[in-house]
Ligand binder design. Structure first.
Ligand code: BT5
Length: 320
C-alpha cells in the first residue's frame, strides 16, 4: 500500500521531484521509512533519482506485470478490479481455481512472471519463460449452463486477437477453439476451466498465456511471439492493460446477451472458417469443411456426406 502511494505521487507529478518531507507528511511515515521503501522499489527495477535539495523523481518504471503497475488507472468494470501478482507460481489457473472455490470475486486476476507448471488442455504443458510473456487467469461467474463454456473461450480469443491487431499492429487470427495465430504460428493459448453442476456454473477460470518478448528458441516448434513478429520489443505492461480493457468490454457485451455481435466479429478473424479441417476429439478424427461457429461456441462442420456435425472441443488441423 505504501509503495503504491509513493508511486501514485510520482505518477501524478510526472516530470518533477517530490521531496522526502512531502512524501513523509502525506503518507504518515518517517523520512527514513520513505527512503527504505524507495530502496525497495529500486530493487524492483524502478529507476528513482534522488537529489539532496529537490527530493525524489521517478525516471522510469520496469516493464513488470505487477498489481501496482497493471492496476494503475486501469478503469475496467470487472476484469482486474483486483489483481494478485506473483514472480513465480505453479499455474495461475490452479491458484485462481482455489481462490474462486473459496469465494474470490468475479474479475479477480492472478498473474505471474513465471509458471513452473503452466498447463495447456488435456494435461499438456504451457511453456512460460520468465519475464517474457504474460501468464494470467481471470475468475468469472457467468450465469450460463456448463455446455456454454466455449463462449468464454470465444470472447477471450476475440479480445486477444483484437488487442494484438490494434495495440501491436500484427495480423492475428483465431484458430478455433483456443489458439491465437500470427502467420500460422501460435502466439497465445486460452485454457478455460469450470466448476459447476449439471445445469449451473459456479465459476469459470479463463487462463491466458501469451508470448510477448519471448525469443523463438525458448518456444516449441510452430510457436512465435509478438516481438519476433514485430521485430521490436513490446511493452508488456501496455499490452496487458489494453488486453484487460478489451476482455472487460467483451465480457460485458456477453453478459448483456449480445453474443451475436461478438460472433460477427469473431468470424471475421477465424482462421478455420471455410477451410477444410480435421478435428481430433478424444482420439476420434472427423473431417469436413468448417462452415460456422454457433452461439454456444461450437464449430459446425459440413461432412463429406453432406451432414452437419457440431463439435464442442478438439484439436484442429487445417488441411487446405
Ligand atoms: C493451450 O493449450 O493453448 C492453453 C494454454 C493456456 C496457458 C495459460 S498461461 C496462464 C494459465 N495458467 C496455466 O497453467 N495455463 C493458462 P493447448 O491447446 O492444449 O496447447 C498446448 C500446446 O501448445 C503444447 O502441447 C505445445 O505444443 C504448445 N505450447 C506450449 N507452450 C507454448 C507457448 N508458450 N507458446 C506457443 N505454444 C506453446
Amino acid at each position: 500500500m505504501i509503495d503504491e502511494k509513493i508511486l501514485g505521487f510520482f505518477k501524478k507529478r510526472k516530470d518533477s521531484h517530490v521531496s522526502g518531507e512531502e512524501l513523509s507528511r502525506a503518507i504518515g511515515i518517517s523520512r527514513t521509512a520513505i527512503w527504505k521503501h524507495i530502496e525497495r522499489l529500486r530493487e524492483e527495477g524502478y529507476d528513482i533519482a534522488a537529489s539532496p535539495h529537490l527530493g525524489y523523481k521517478l525516471v522510469s518504471a520496469p516493464d513488470r506485470l505487477t498489481e501496482i503497475e497493471l492496476g494503475w488507472q486501469l478503469k475496467t468494470e470487472i476484469i482486474g478490479k483486483k489483481i494478485i501478482s506473483y514472480k513465480e507460481i505453479n499455474s495461475t489457473n490452479d491458484a485462481a481455481y482455489s481462490l474462486a472455490a473459496s469465494g474470490e470475486a468475479e474479475g479477480t486476476v492472478i498473474i505471474a512472471e513465471y509458471q513452473t507448471k503452466g498447463r495447456g488442455r488435456l494435461g499438456r504443458k504451457w511453456i512460460s519463460p520468465k519475464d517474457k510473456g504474460a501468464y494470467f487467469s481471470v475468475i468469472l461467474r457467468p450465469d450460463i449452463p456448463p455446455t456454454e463454456l466455449s463462449v468464454i473461450t470465444l470472447f477471450s480469443s476475440l479480445a486477444i486477437a483484437k488487442t494484438v491487431r490494434e495495440a501491436v499492429g500484427l495480423p492475428a487470427f483465431i484458430k478455433w477453439p483456443n489458439d491465437i495465430l500470427i502467420k500460422g504460428q501460435k502466439v497465445c493459448g486460452v485454457l478455460t476451466e469450470l466448476n459447476g453442476e449439471m445445469d449451473k456454473v459456479n465459476f469459470v477460470v479463463a487462463g491466458i498465456g501469451i508470448n510477448i518478448n519471448t525469443s523463438k528458441e525458448l518456444l516449441p516448434e510452430g510457436a512465435t511471439s509478438l516481438s519476433e513478429e514485430k521485430g521490436a520489443r513490446i511493452s508488456r505492461l501496455e499490452f496487458v492493460r489494453e488486453l484487460f480493457r478489451n476482455l472487460d468490454e467483451y465480457y460485458r457485451i456477453f453478459k448483456n446477451g449480445k453474443i451475436e455481435a461478438i460472433l460477427k466479429e469473431y468470424k471475421k478473424l477465424s482462421s478455420v472458417l471455410d477451410r477444410r479441417v480435421q478435428i481430433d476429439y478424444h482420439n476420434s478424427l472427423v473431417s469436413g469443411v468448417a462452415i460456422d461457429v454457433d452461439k454456444d461456441g461450437a464449430l459446425i462442420l459440413r461432412l463429406d456426406s453432406g451432414f452437419h456435425e457440431r463439435v464442442l472441443a478438439g484439436d484442429v488441423k487445417i488441411l487446405r
